[in-house]
Design a protein around this ligand. Structure first.
Ligand SMILES: [Zn+2]
Length: 359
């Protein structure tokens, strides 16, 4: 089949901007480009000039929107999609698909994002004049017209976490979609610039955390979930039974204060993380749990925790006591990572509380 590249879309600005390659960021295809399926994430750039939207026709409408590689090193989504598309290559997809492949340039380097690029899962408010903001507005405009069946955004994380789905609205269709992936469901409203938040205005949407990149069972799980979504005909209107779902609410994001350095145990840094810290993900931590040691008198409460409204609530959760950062109350972390680059670029972890299932 010949790939039919429809257009490099770009929003008209001053004419000279048409010569600027970054203002032509999004490419839209009406077929799967030849050779794409055979390439792993680090080689997609050989075919795709950058972020792209690929429309694939299937039996049912409206289309399922699938986003992957918003973070270039999180390859499970693409690996799952390679399996799904190979399976249906000779036949017809059960439902039409819009496939959005995000940060192709960072995927080439195996990085979350390149220096100088924004984080591709923090751009979905589409604010500003940057090329990514322009691209996001183009995608959202197309989707506002198409009204997708559902929106899936596939990710990995760097620490040890169970597979789980995140939602931004506590409605029956969102919770049902999430529960098809995992009984562990996390509800959050900050950060509010993520893909699933933007898509929650059109359709049920989820962010899927498929474990660490490269784990075969993460790929298998994502394949099974995507296939289930392709075969789904409608969403239930009723809330699920409370025993069918473990629902958590993200109450804070935990970052490293920008003036401090972080390292692993045995390195020289202001804050040192113990080995195996990421084993604490999705564990309820008792007050007094040690999260790090400190080598700097001026670290304050150590980590910087902010709530959903951007308020600094560090002192509610953390204190420094005899050279250690300890928790002050019972909390449950998620996405704790020991990757110091990710900690500096994004965050150390999120803090969660258990939430009653709505009825
Ligand atoms: Zn991610």
């Amino acid at each position: 089949m010949h790939a039919n590249k429809v257009a490099s879309l770009f929003i008209c600005g001053p004419c000279e901007r048409h010569e600027d390659p970054v203002s032509r960021m999004l490419t839209v295809y009406e077929n799967l480009p030849d050779g794409l399926l055979q390439r792993d994430a680090t080689r997609l750039h050989e075919i795709l000039p950058g972020p792209c939207l690929i429309h694939l026709k299937g039996k049912r409408q409206p289309a399922l929107f699938i986003s992957l590689l918003l973070h270039g090193n999180e390859v499970t989504g693409w690996q799952a999609m390679q399996t799904i598309l190979s399976k249906y290559q000779q036949g017809e997809l059960p439902r039409s698909v819009y496939l959005f492949i995000g940060n192709v340039a960072a995927a080439q380097q195996g990085l979350r994002h390149l220096d100088g690029q924004p984080d591709y899962n923090r751009i979905w408010k589409g604010e500003g004049d940057g090329p990514e903001a322009v691209m996001v507005r183009q995608v959202l405009e197309i989707m506002a017209e198409q009204r997708p069946f559902a929106g899936l955004d596939l990710h990995n994380n760097t620490g040890r976490n169970p597979h789980y789905a995140c939602i931004n609205r506590l409605e029956p269709d969102f919770m049902y979609l999430a529960s098809l992936f995992s009984r562990t469901v996390v509800y959050f409203i900050r950060p509010d610039s993520v893909f699933s938040m933007a898509f929650s205005k059109f359709c049920p949407s989820v962010t899927l955390e498929c474990g660490r990149p490269g784990e075969p069972h993460g790929v298998a799980h994502a394949v099974e979930f995507i296939d289930a979504c392709l075969h789904l005909t409608e969403f239930p209107q009723h809330h699920m039974a409370p025993h069918d779902i473990d629902l958590f609410h993200t109450v804070a994001i935990v970052k490293l204060p920008s003036h401090l350095s972080v390292g692993l145990e045995g390195t020289v840094a202001d804050i040192c993380l113990p080995n195996e810290l990421d084993q604490l993900n999705f564990c309820e931590l008792a007050p007094g749990t040690v999260l790090a040691s400190v080598n700097n008198e001026t670290v304050g409460s150590g980590f910087l925790a902010t709530d959903e409204h951007g308020q600094d609530i560090s002192e509610r959760y953390f204190e420094v006591d005899q050279g250690h950062i300890r928790t002050r109350m019972a909390v449950m972390p998620s996405m704790l990572t020991m990757d110091t680059r990710i900690i500096k670029q994004d965050c150390l972890c999120y803090l969660m509380e258990r939430l009653e299932t709505p009825r």
